[in-house]
Design a protein around this ligand. Structure first.
Ligand SMILES: [Mg+2]
Length: 386
């Protein structure tokens, strides 16, 4: 299956939504408000949101999907003159979640019923209960509320949680499935990064060409994500052994997400750590993954945001599983929110902002390949041109 989300389709969808009144304002880009200006006064929670069209630097292909644009819904929660920012990216592989469904969900959320943003746990329990699913939309609300909480208390979230700033890992940058020439070019462009993530899961010749091509350009550590693309456990294990001989760090989601018996068989024999991505959506998935994978890949858009991500960290640590945090195509808003958790991570794949050409925030930086957090409160972002 291949899905090409064109600009035309995005515009059509957004126009329909705007006409229906679901969208809170036009999608003309980022606001120009200064995020740290205290205008004072209104001690009620005000929630607004609008879709934003992310443009990719290159056509981006993973096993199953090709994208040149992707919608992300930018969220704002304001209280007492302070605004927290969030983001709900909507990649095509989040089953049942579309721009339309996410906007409809957000329009049903009534945050005005809560007295203040410090009742965060009750607020997010309410949001999670409004309707099942909708994890992307819920993450967009969770991130904005956490950013607001951090700004109101004047502290970065990693500091509020007691995480050590210097313990952030290196992040990978992702090379999608492409021709040899484009893969070479993308590997060159990845110079600021010290780790490369390669998307596999196609036929054997293509998968081996991708690894061989990247290896011909760089000797940096490579991580591999098969995105459920391999169907047979014996073939998958053979590929993992082939990858192990080429300096690969770990293998993410080699088999379809529900094939846990075969996955446990692979993990038992694999020379490389195995990471669950599609198999691990939320907290309640983790117990059945113990012994099936070596670790889990947490993404805010899968697990409803930072509150549940922290609970997943605790559970994975209790099960002695490795921790990774990932992103999709998103702005520095979503990436910087996820970055607050990275002192707890063994691996990070936070390159969503690097892969787009119209980022509208600044925040977390990659310095010498390492995730580098700043001292700004909340998720540590600023609007560009604000
Ligand atoms: Mg993955």
């Amino acid at each position: 299956m291949t899905m090409d989300l064109t600009r035309r389709k995005f515009l059509k969808t957004s126009t329909v939504l705007a006409a229906s009144g679901v969208v809170a304002g036009p999608f003309t880009g980022c606001t120009t408000k200064n995020i740290n200006t205290k205008t004072g006064g209104d001690k009620t929670l005000k929630f607004t949101f609008r879709p934003y069209e992310l443009q990719t630097k290159h056509q981006f292909t993973i096993s199953g999907y090709t994208r040149t644009v992707q919608t992300s819904i930018l969220t704002e929660i304001t209280y007492d003159g302070i605004t927290g920012y969030g983001e709900a990216p909507l990649p095509p592989y989040m089953e049942g979640q579309t721009t339309e469904s996410a906007l409809a969900f957000m329009s049903r959320v009534n945050l005005g019923q809560f007295g203040n943003p410090f009742e965060m746990d009750d607020i997010l329990t309410y949001v999670d209960g409004v309707e099942e699913g909708n994890t992307c939309a819920k993450a967009g609300i969770d991130i904005a509320l956490h950013d607001l909480f951090g700004k109101l208390t004047g502290q970065p979230l990693y500091q509020i949680w007691g995480y050590t700033k210097s313990k952030t890992p290196f992040t990978t940058v992702t090379i999608g499935i492409d021709s040899e020439e484009v893969v070479r070019q993308k590997t060159d462009e990845a110079a600021p990064f010290k780790r490369i993530k390669v998307k596999l899961g196609m036929d054997e010749a293509t998968d081996k060409m991708l690894i061989t091509t990247v290896r011909s350009v760089t000797d940096k550590p490579i991580t591999v994500d098969a995105n459920q693309g391999w169907k047979d456990k014996h073939y998958a294990l053979d590929m993992i052994h082939w990858l192990n001989e080429r300096g690969i760090v770990f293998i993410e989601q080699p088999l379809p997400k529900y094939n846990l018996d075969d996955m446990a068989w692979i993990t038992e024999r694999s020379p490389l750590p195995t990471l669950a991505d599609e198999s691990c959506q939320r907290l309640t998935d983790i117990p059945r993954l113990k012994g099936v994978f070596s670790g889990i890949n947490i993404k805010l858009l899968k697990c409803t945001g930072l509150r549940e991500a922290n609970r997943m960290i605790s559970m994975a640590e209790a099960f002695d599983m490795k921790l990774m945090i990932g992103s999709t195509l998103e702005t520095s808003c979503g990436v910087s929110a996820a970055a607050q958790l990275t002192p707890k991570m063994d691996y990070a794949d936070l390159d969503g902002n690097f892969l787009i050409s119209n980022d509208c925030f600044t925040g977390m930086k990659v310095v010498d390949g390492k995730i580098t957090l700043n001292d700004e409160p909340g998720i540590g972002i600023k609007l560009i041109n604000s």
